[in-house]
Design a protein around this ligand. Sequence first.
Ligand SMILES: C[S@@+](CC[C@H](N)C(=O)[O-])C[C@H]1O[C@@H](n2cnc3c(N)ncnc32)[C@H](O)[C@@H]1O
Length: 250
Amino acid sequence: MSDKIPFQELTFDKFRELAQSEQLSRHEKVGFPNEYREGKEELIFADVLAKLRSLDGAGKTILEIGPGCSRLPMMLADVCKERGHELHFVDSLEMLAQLPEEECIRKWPGRYPDEVDTLFAQLSGKVDTIIAYSVIQYVFAEGNLWDFLDRTLSLLADGGEILFGDVPNTTMRKRFFSSAAGIRCHREYSGRDELPEVRFNQLEPGLMDDSVVLAILARARAQGFHAWVVPQGEGLPMANRREDILIRKP
Ligand SMILES: C[S@@+](CC[C@H](N)C(=O)[O-])C[C@H]1O[C@@H](n2cnc3c(N)ncnc32)[C@H](O)[C@@H]1O
């Protein structure tokens, strides 16, 4: 694993610095060691597409929160171009500067949701698809996840969908590494005949767990939206400890 970045300590501001680095790969700029993402972007994008029926059709309004600067947002831009969708990206100015200018793309620089009031004024109730892939863990750790959720729900058009993808869930991770498959996986990865470290009943500030994932579903459902936890596709790099949340406005 690369030692260039403290992957555990990433924040919105830290990502701004990473985005400007000339030493880092596109994977590292968005906080992933190369081996987690290299050659996997097509698989990840196919998994995202398969989950979102609201991307079908033509002339839709799409928003990606925290697109970063890997190839994933450009794959989304290609689909939007093909289908005549309007695509909105919101991320830091530094991250957005890494993405090309395209006619179908509108960039909103700033920290979502606090720094993009005009986006809310223009798009409330009008967005068909919202994607935040590998993003809400940072909002959980340094922002207000409930405000983020409620305000994101307020953007959806009828039938619209939100995918909070690639959500790291520390209790899911513990379940996996306590299982025979998880122990085997750890031994193959580390090359050592040892058990993975799994600790229960301890404080874990800043880490999302089952209680948070399930509370997101409960809150969305209580406010009139369907919401599900869905597994990641088998071949995805962190499918054994991350999952996706799909929300749909009926
Ligand atoms: C782990 S990267 C994921 C990037 C991309 N979605 C992907 O999966 O390749 C997290 C991204 O979310 C952005 N981000 C984090 N908090 C954000 C916020 N509150 N508003 C907008 N973007 C945010 C970061 O700048 C970064 O680009």
